[in-house]
Design a protein around this ligand. Structure first.
Ligand code: TNX
Length: 588
């Protein structure tokens, strides 16, 4: 596969340059009411045609899959055309007698049973062998690393081998992609469940491969978040960063400061319904993610982006006066008082309670856009919060604005700038920080795909699939060595995103592009191959009922059964979830 240079692709002409701060003004341009209605209509239209494609996919015969069509691209693929395997109705899943491996086998059975209608019993054995079925072998072999796997498909059966349950889990996701798209159906379909013969050896490029979901600007309930976790799992992502607090809403119950959720959680952008996660809700999300080998990273954004907290507890405000609740989309105006000792009680209690519910290593402390806090005061505040995190035996992550603060062990900065230059961040890396890359102009999934995308921003430029794909995390920031990069993360801010269908529309098809940057070796990187492989997933998303953007850049396969011509104007058709009135860029 030949890497395609990032330069010279047509979309570059449309992309506004900016430093991510001054260009924010674009995002605040009001949308005239007529445009807003039209935008909502287009979203409904997109969703309705998704429903039509889903119906057509049900009628289409399953297309054969080739071994190399996996997204993200595996490290090594060796097809063997003579070794295709036909999954039989009496196939058995055999798995190493280890609880975590048995859980992965259960997950595989749950994925395959609905569409195949096969019973696929799971049996644990000391040394699983294919024997006409699927074997998941936890070998303890360190060579595949913490998340790698080996998949062998022969006429006799399938074997996935890995050193860890996470590796087996990723191998299962590959197996799923190698079955016909009809495997995504929720009810049995008569099909030949053929897997392409050959071997795959696969390991991730980076340990941190994430998505951030902003549940503060608009609130999304537990079931929506669980579905997003499913999407991460498909593409071998392993971190879900939850942006739990912002000016518009506080989304997690804190026992020692109860009004944060009950008062601070009441609103959202554009006066959409608020909400918050109870401790049990949050634990359910964390456990569901853990079952899929995904670590939740909770973010409490400090010291700015805290209007909702100040509404609930005015004692934390610099003037001790409760501000009004905020339903707009401006940033940078609020902050908790760094000169007040109560602020540190608040931070200690909040982070302590959240840490106690979070098995993962990381606590994200935000740190972005605290425009009203003077630089030295800000650095002192961040240093104190970093110490609080260390005392909780957790590792701190913050947006790259925390770079000037002193180093603490295992500190991680999340880069969201739109240029490849930032001496302050590079200097923090020299002092020992490591980086997660979320460049605004490539990885921000709240940016529009194109000028006519009905929702989203454009302050960091337009991000079509190619722009999401064509960059290299290892060399993105000047002065930052490749070894300092922990991985990539795609943030989805939700000022303009109000429903699960809209979340999916912004994630697909860009999320798999970021996933491939995080997982696949650079030697496999190439737009020409990627666009073909990715387009092949369209029928899977159709069948699974996942809303997505039919990017004109991708060669979507034609459904075998023609899609019926639309009747009447797109906006009047139903099918997908209807767009809510708030489905337009949120204004306060
Ligand atoms: C910048 S990126 C923000 C968010 C906004 C986002 C909108 C970052 C750390 N802060 O507060 O939601 O832009 O694109």
């Amino acid at each position: 596969m030949t890497p395609t240079p990032a330069t010279g692709h047509p979309a570059a002409d449309h992309i506004a340059a900016g430093d991510g701060t001054s260009a924010r003004a674009d995002a605040e341009t009001a949308v005239p009411a007529d445009d807003a209605v039209q935008a909502a209509g287009r979203t409904a239209g997109e969703l309705a045609s998704a429903a039509e494609r889903e119906a057509a996919a049900l009628l289409a015969p399953p297309a054969p899959v080739r071994l190399g069509e996996v997204v993200p691209a595996p490290e090594r693929v060796e097809p063997d055309a003579a070794a295709d395997y036909l999954l039989a109705a009496d196939a058995v899943i055999r798995v190493s007698a280890d609880p975590a491996a048995v859980a992965v086998a259960g997950h595989l059975a749950t994925l395959l049973r609905p569409a195949t209608g096969y019973p696929l019993p799971v049996t644990d054995t000391a040394t699983p062998v294919p024997a006409g079925g699927i074997a998941l072998d936890l070998t303890g072999d360190a060579a595949l690393g913490a998340e790698g796997y080996r998949l062998d498909i022969t006429t006799d059966g399938v074997r996935i081998a890995a050193g860890t349950a996470a590796g087996l889990f990723h191998g299962v996701q590959t197996l799923r992609q190698l079955l016909p798209a009809a495997v995504e159906r929720a009810t049995p379909v008569a099909a030949r469940w053929v897997l392409p013969g050959g071997s795959i050896l696969d390991r991730p490029r980076y340990p941190h491969r994430g998505v951030m979901l902003d549940v503060a600007r608009h609130f999304f309930g537990v079931t929506d978040v669980l579905r997003v976790i499913d999407h991460l799992a498909r593409y071998k992502l392993n971190r879900l960063h939850l942006h739990l607090t912002d000016d518009q809403g506080w989304r997690i119950a804190i026992d020692s400061w109860p009004r944060l959720a009950t008062v601070g959680g009441a609103g959202a952008v554009g006066d959409a319904p608020g909400g918050y996660y109870s401790r049990a809700d949050y634990q359910r999300i964390v456990a569901y993610a853990a079952d899929r080998h995904i670590t939740v990273i909770p973010e409490v954004d400090l010291p700015g982006h805290t209007n909702a907290a100040l509404v609930a507890y005015p004692e934390l405000a610099p003037d001790r006066v409760a501000p009004p609740p905020y339903a707009g989309t401006e940033v940078g105006f609020s902050y908790v008082d760094p000169a007040n000792e109560r602020t540190y009680d608040f931070v200690t209690d909040v982070l302590g309670e959240i840490a106690a519910l979070t098995p993962g290593r990381w606590l994200h402390i935000g740190g972005d856009e605290a425009f009203k806090v003077p630089a030295e005061v800000y650095a002192g505040f961040v240093e104190r919060v970093q110490r609080i995190v260390a005392e909780l035996d957790r590792d701190v992550i913050g947006w790259h604005q925390i770079a000037p603060a002193a180093h603490v062990d295992r500190r991680v900065l999340q880069w969201w700038g739109t240029t490849g230059e930032d001496p302050v961040t590079a200097e923090a890396v020299r002092r020992g920080a490591r980086l997660v890359l979320s460049p605004g102009n490539h990885a921000y999934l709240d940016m529009k795909y194109a000028p006519d995308t009905p929702i989203g921003h454009d302050w960091a430029g337009l991000i079509d699939v190619r722009r999401a794909y064509d960059w290299d995390p290892a060399s993105h920031l000047t002065g930052v060595p490749a070894e300092a990069v922990l991985g990539v993360e795609a943030p989805l801010w939700t000022e303009s995103v109000t429903t699960l269908a809209e979340i999916e529309f912004m994630l697909f098809p860009r999320l798999p592009a970021i996933a491939e940057l995080g997982w696949s070796p650079r030697s496999t990187h190439g737009w020409v191959s990627f666009r073909e492989r990715l387009a092949g997933h369209g029928p899977r998303w159709d069948t699974a009922g996942i809303a997505y953007h039919r990017s004109p850049e991708l060669p979507w396969p034609q459904p075998a059964t023609p899609i019926p011509a639309p009747r009447g104007p797109a906006v009047s058709r139903s099918g997908g979830p209807p767009a809510r009135p708030g489905a337009t860029p949120g204004r306060g």
